[in-house]
Design a protein around this ligand. Structure first.
Ligand code: DLL
Length: 433
């Protein structure tokens, strides 16, 4: 039977959700107009005052904000509350330029942790579970967010943080952990390591995993579920909007429910800014309607997905977002063709490879090159060059039909590509170096 952390709101009818959103949006717009000069200027530039926003139907009138705005306002420019009311910051793992620093009041933290609790309960978590959190703790939101959610559910929380793989496995086995929270790439690595150590899925006490923080394919989900003997749930979020739990997967494993009592989602055409209907891929945009310290309005996430209001078999009524197929800034343009790394991953996994690969893009004699390095699995490992060549050819053909582009494929030995304990680094774009 499906269980919920906050059934009344998670399964509320559309009219009730709409009413909550309308009321909170109006209040939030007034709040940022009064407290955050940045928003007042933006609204004035667009010829708007708070009295122009009567409901969510007026949301489209408000200007977008982007990561560049966040960088320009770093660190305190977007604060919606005095510093003395803020109790925490978290920050992005971004490697380029200034980091994004997000602020939280105690109220913001409570809401964030409730969102994570919803995700844990949706994955079957109860106060009898042992929840091992192998997302990084610290500035990254993964560890702290799920830690808070696990406390709210009343589960026994095991804050291992990321890394030290053999110790992770010792805790899984000794404490009989039932729910694992980490990035999908780290889950795959833990599975690989446990298999090497001789554990079979039925010996592994885990029953569910809550995996997110990076794009991962359905094929990778199936793979992880098989090796660890679990059901794998997706979880999505971003530091700017609070962290994990902005949306989460349910028993239907078909998209993620966005916590609509806190966030209004839109999908827009990234070129024109036009709002797109359900089912159409575009850039996801969020408006936080009850955030106090860091109230982002129409924030462009750069994540590419679509929304659906179709009824979900789990009983939750909140809109679902599809698995993000990548980010606008992850999309590679190779010889004019748009390529998402997730498409390459799908081809590899459909051919029996694990998600241990690297995509190397370069420009040689003014022509873009796409090189895919992929590890053979231990079972397929061979030094028979003919066989390797044959396997490479199959991948080249399949990539050609998926991408419409010729790639070079190099099969490499098992374990020769570095494993990641957090978000995997899979793209090396030498054109940018
Ligand atoms: O990754 C928050 C998080 C932690 C989410 C733990 C889930 C679990 P950032 O480091 O700010 O925050 O990165 C946010 O990661 O814009 C997406 O591009 C990507 N992302 C997050 N979750 C998913 C997911 C955390 N389930 C960025 N599928 C987002 C695909 C995801 N991409």
């Amino acid at each position: 039977m499906e269980r919920y952390y906050q059934k009344d709101i998670e399964c509320a009818d559309r009219a009730s959700i709409q009413a909550i959103q309308d009321e909170r949006l109006i209040k939030q717009v007034r709040h940022v107009w009064e407290k955050v000069p940045f928003y007042r200027h933006k609204m004035e530039e667009a010829g708007l005052t708070p009295s122009d926003i009567h409901s969510t139907a007026d949301l489209h009138k408000l200007p977008f904000i982007s990561k560049d705005d966040l960088k320009d306002q770093y660190p305190y420019g977007l604060l919606g509350k005095p510093l003395k009311e803020c109790v925490r910051i978290q920050s992005t793992s971004g490697t380029t330029g200034k980091r994004v620093v997000a602020f939280y009041t105690q109220h913001d933290i409570d809401i964030w942790e409730e969102c994570c609790a919803r995700a844990i309960v949706a994955a079957g978590g109860t106060d009898e579970d042992v929840v091992q959190i192998s997302y990084g703790y610290g500035l990254f939101t993964g560890g702290p967010g799920l830690n808070g959610g696990s406390h709210k559910v009343g589960s026994l929380t095991v804050p291992t943080s990321s890394g030290n793989t053999d110790r992770q496995i010792m805790f899984i086995m000794d404490l009989q952990s039932t729910i694992l929270c980490c990035t999908p790439s780290y889950a795959a690595y833990l599975g690989e390591r446990m298999k090497e150590m001789g554990y079979t899925p039925d010996q592994i006490p885990l029953k569910a995993g809550i995996f997110g923080a990076e794009a991962w394919s359905e094929e990778m989900r199936t793979d992880i579920e098989k090796t660890l003997g679990i059901k794998a749930y997706d979880i999505y979020g971003l530091t700017e909007i609070s962290g994990p739990g902005v949306s989460f997967g349910c028993s239907a494993q078909n998209g993620m429910h966005i916590n609509e009592d806190h966030f209004i989602a839109e999908v827009i055409d990234p070129e024109t800014g036009e709002v797109l209907p359900d089912g159409e891929y575009g850039e996801l945009v969020f408006t936080c309607i009850d955030k106090e310290a860091f109230p982002l309005i129409r924030y462009r996430t750069r994540d590419i997905c679509y929304l659906t209001h179709e009824k979900c078999s789990c009983g939750r009524t909140h809109v679902r977002m599809s698995k993000p197929k990548g980010r606008t800034d992850d999309m590679l343009i190779i010889r004019g063709v748009n390529v998402f790394p997730s498409q390459i991953e799908t081809v590899l996994m459909n051919n029996g490879y694990a998600a241990n690969y690297q995509i190397i893009v370069d420009r040689v004699n003014n022509t873009d090159t796409l090189d895919v390095h992929v590890e053979m699995t231990p079972e397929m490992f061979t030094d028979n060059l003919g066989e390797i060549q044959e396997r490479q050819n199959v991948l080249v053909d399949d990539l050609k039909s998926m991408l419409g582009l010729k790639a070079k494929v190099t099969l490499v030995a098992p374990k020769s590509i570095a494993r990641s304990e957090g978000k995997a680094v899979r793209i090396i774009d030498k054109r940018k170096i």
